[in-house]
Design a protein around this ligand. Structure first.
Ligand code: FES
Ligand SMILES: [Fe+2]
Length: 390
């Protein structure tokens, strides 16, 4: 962050108060559509775990940026993605959220055009052959699909940059977590009455932590100081060698994981003492997912924008298969803590959204600690082709 006109040098913070995004960007349906087109349809978006498509002919459908998407496993075991739209007259092809094709064919429910699992048009139902029609010119419309750590991402934009490891440097810090081998032990879905950006803004600051998250602030003492990391403290260099949790950002003394009692149940294979000591590590792939890594499990939180004022969270808790099979494993101690924190955040997000509807409120103000909120908002401006402030 050196030499940044708006970010402090020497610690993480804004050097001056900055205006937040225009309030109508959180409520206006036309602006929401613009964000779907210019952000969501151009980004690599997290969809599901790879093992949710377990073997040839398995499929799942999604809504990405308001568009119907079909992801499948082809005969060779490779993942492929298509717009879930028939090339004849545009019907939806697969109506179910998930399933397995009985044959290696995708048959349109309207007039029975049929495609193989690579997307090639193979049959045109009862229609008579007509001169000048070449099946080869009407394959399913493809989208790009990529996998990282067993997480499946897709991108609708053929011109977009190639898939890159999500989170950049963050991914290097979780290199020892056996992500691809983990299994979903619990899932949870929640609709929030807030714009998707409100969710990310809340994620990107801890000013709310002491007030909104008493239990989490007790478990992660630095959160109780309303900051996210050691370097957020303007005086951090004076305490750079201090390893105590409220300076270092680790869990309170004796705690091992994010759970109701702060204890871990075993540990994931491959983690080092340094990994375990971290308490939590995040990989963040805006706009669609963050993944929290702990000693004994991983939690992914997928974000789907439903409308200007509605967002859906789809959360998976991932575990080692042996741990899940252990009769003494108490998954509730982990899941209950995550839900407690997410419901606290969800309530805060809904409060934020409700207030944004006041007509004379034009925009908010970002204070020193909200540097990550600022960076997120400037990223949004850049994606929309609006002038950035940095
Ligand atoms: S729309 Fe699919 S076969 Fe007619
Ligand atoms: Fe929070």
């Amino acid at each position: 962050m050196e030499d940044h006109p708006i970010l402090e040098t020497g610690f993480n913070g804004l050097s001056r108060p900055m205006p937040s995004l225009p309030a109508e960007w959180y409520t206006d349906p036309a602006h929401f559509d613009r964000e779907l087109t210019q952000i969501w349809a151009r980004s690599w978006v997290y969809l599901c775990r790879a093992d949710a498509l377990d073997g040839p002919q398995a499929f799942r459908t999604f809504d990405v940026a308001g568009q119907p998407i079909l992801i499948l496993c082809d005969q060779s075991g490779a993942l492929r993605g298509f717009f879930n739209t028939c090339r004849h007259r545009g019907s939806i092809l697969c109506q179910e959220a998930s399933g397995t094709f009985k044959k290696p064919l995708i048959t349109c429910p309207y007039h029975q055009w049929a495609y193989d699992l690579t997307g090639r048009l193979r049959a045109t139902g009862a229609m008579r052959p007509v001169q000048g029609f070449d099946r080869g010119e009407h394959p399913l419309l493809p989208i790009s699909v990529a996998e990282w750590g067993g997480f499946v991402f897709a991108c609708l934009d053929a011109q977009a940059d190639e898939f890159d490891v999500p989170g950049g440097e963050e991914a290097a810090l979780v290199a020892n977590w056996p992500l691809a081998d983990l299994k979903v032990g619990h899932s949870y879905t929640k609709r929030l009455a807030c714009n998707w950006k409100v969710f990310w803004e809340n994620y990107n600051e801890c000013l709310h932590c002491p007030n909104i998250h008493p239990e989490l602030s007790s478990l992660v003492p630095i959160y109780g100081r309303a900051i996210m990391a050691r370097e957020d403290d303007p005086e951090w260099a004076d305490h750079a060698e201090d390893a105590s949790p409220h300076r270092a950002g680790t869990l309170r003394a004796g705690a091992q994981s994010w759970s109701m009692d702060g204890m871990a149940q075993g540990r994931l294979p491959g983690l080092t003492e340094d990994d375990l000591a971290a308490g939590q590590r995040y990989v963040t792939s805006v706009p669609s997912v963050f993944i929290a890594h702990h000693a004994d499990y991983v939690r992914s939180v997928r974000i789907t924008p439903l409308s200007a004022q509605e967002t859906e969270l789809s959360v998976d808790w991932l575990f080692d298969a042996e741990q899940l099979a252990d009769p003494d494993f108490d998954i509730a101690r982990i899941v209950d803590f995550g839900i407690l924190v997410m419901e606290q955040d969800g309530h805060a997000c809904e409060l934020n959204q409700a207030g944004l509807r006041s007509a004379p409120f034009r925009h908010g103000m970002l204070m020193q600690e909200e540097y990550e909120v600022f960076l997120f908002q400037d990223w949004v401006r850049a994606q929309l082709g609006e002038p950035t402030l940095a």
